[in-house]
Ligand binder design. Structure first.
Ligand code: CTP
Length: 402
């Protein structure tokens, strides 16, 4: 979650400032770009050189770089650079200044310039932390929209035991990560995505299948998980690896297997996206021995499989249902018919007449038709970009739905 994020760490003058080195280390390890500002009193507790070496960026604590040449350190630019600002440790004195808008040092000027979310991790002795002024300052800071990473209990620098210790660096990073996760458009949503073909067995070595590669469904699962959803990927027989370890993958073979898996999950989920190319027919009987060839032709009797989407549509409670339609002619009318027949919220239409659309490749060209027949058309894009378009449409549909 922190990869590529600009994180501005503001260190104030507490003994816990030594932990800021670990915080920088952990942020850099997660792929964040880190810049550090310090108060002058923080420098008594940890050397700026330590933090500049770890963050690979200069550390600022004054409005000018050196008294001689008078180079100005631009606090506004630093504040605007940040995607998130973390004040850790935040002393009682700094909390008071932040709560009252006092910009009498460089760090405070940066804080007042920052437009990004600000996270504050207080650290002080237990009685200072309990003091009504401190409590009032924290309440005030929270009311401004700042997020407090509350101190932990334990042994304090004074030798006393109690609440006031800076939250452990690992817990601070976890807090930031959870916050970013919770801001994701699909956070808290449980989504089932089906992908790939199904194989309908004829005998132990033969099946009826189709050309679906599973790439579109896998791209949707990947993007949905990146956008914060909890994803279960029900995959037919494909040779693709799971794109993200947080995705729960269930492998199935036949249309019946897929029906069983998806219907068993249905009551618990918010969204089902059926990107799988489910077989419409399956052999009436499966020979348990390999069928030997004989003189003359042969025919295999087929029966209809269960239509998974139609079943989900009939048994819908509050779920959003998304189907796919791969058409060669009369595309929009056929797709609209499927929305009605299967009680869908929207359908993704691929036309086989479009170059670059469909099963095997890495690109797709889609239209999204919703249940009010509103059509949104998209350009030819990579399947990952198409997945993003579909999920952006979904997150809007979820907002209207709620
Ligand atoms: N689908 C399903 N269960 C099936 C068959 C299809 O859930 N047994 C889903 C697919 O995953 C897809 C949508 O239904 O989301 C496709 O609709 P469908 O009417 O089956 O389209 P086609 O298979 O293309 O069939 P046809 O055009 O022949 O009606």
């Amino acid at each position: 979650m922190l990869k590529g994020k600009n994180v501005l760490l503001a260190v104030t003058g507490s003994i816990a400032a030594y932990k800021s080195a670990l915080i920088v280390r952990l942020l850099v390890k997660q792929g964040a770009n880190v810049k550090v500002v310090m108060t002058k009193s923080a420098i008594d507790f940890i050397a700026p050189l330590t933090l500049s070496t770890l963050s690979k960026n200069p550390v600022f604590s004054e409005f000018t770089s050196s008294k001689e040449d008078g180079t100005w350190n631009n606090h506004v630019e630093l504040g605007l650079w940040a995607d998130m600002m973390l004040v850790a440790p935040a002393t009682a004195n700094s909390l008071s200044k932040m709560a009252n808008g006092e910009a009498d040092n460089f760090l405070m000027a940066v804080y007042l310039s920052a437009k990004c979310p600000v996270f504050i991790a207080p650290a002080m002795d237990l009685d200072m932390y309990k003091h009504p002024t401190t409590k009032e300052n924290i309440t005030k800071l929270t009311s401004f929209g700042n997020l407090i990473i509350y101190p932990e209990s334990g042994e304090l620098a004074s030798g006393l035991e109690g609440e006031g210790r800076l939250a452990e660096p690992e817990n601070i990073i976890e807090y930031l990560t959870n916050h970013l996760q919770s801001q994701q458009p699909l956070f808290g949503k449980k989504i089932v995505v089906s992908a790939g073909p199904t194989h309908e067995a004829i005998d132990p070595v033969r099946f009826i299948g189709n050309c679906s590669s599973g790439k579109m469904g896998f791209a949707i699962a990947q993007k949905a998980s990146e956008m914060g959803a909890t994803v279960t990927l029900v995959a037919g027989p494909v040779s693709l690896s799971t794109p993200n370890p947080s995705i729960q993958r269930v492998d199935v073979v036949s249309a019946e297997d897929m029906f069983q898996e998806i219907t068993s999950l249905y009551s618990e989920v918010d969204v089902v996206i059926m990107a799988a190319a489910v077989a419409d027919y399956t052999p009436v009987t499966i020979s348990d021995k390999k069928i030997k060839k004989k003189e003359g032709d042969m025919s295999i009797e087929l029966k209809r499989t269960k239509d998974i989407l139609a079943y989900l549509g009939e048994n819908k409670t509050n779920q959003i249902l998304v189907g796919f339609a791969l058409e060669t002619d009369n595309e929009e009318e056929n797709a609209k018919g499927k929305i009605k027949r299967k009680n869908l919220d929207f359908i993704i239409l691929n036309s086989l007449q479009d170059k670059g659309a469909g099963f095997a490749g890495d690109t797709n060209k889609i239209s999204i038709i919703d249940k009010n027949n509103k059509i949104s058309k998209f350009e030819l894009k990579s399947k990952l970009e198409v997945a993003e378009d579909i999920l952006t449409h979904l997150s809007k549909a979820l907002t209207i739905h709620e």
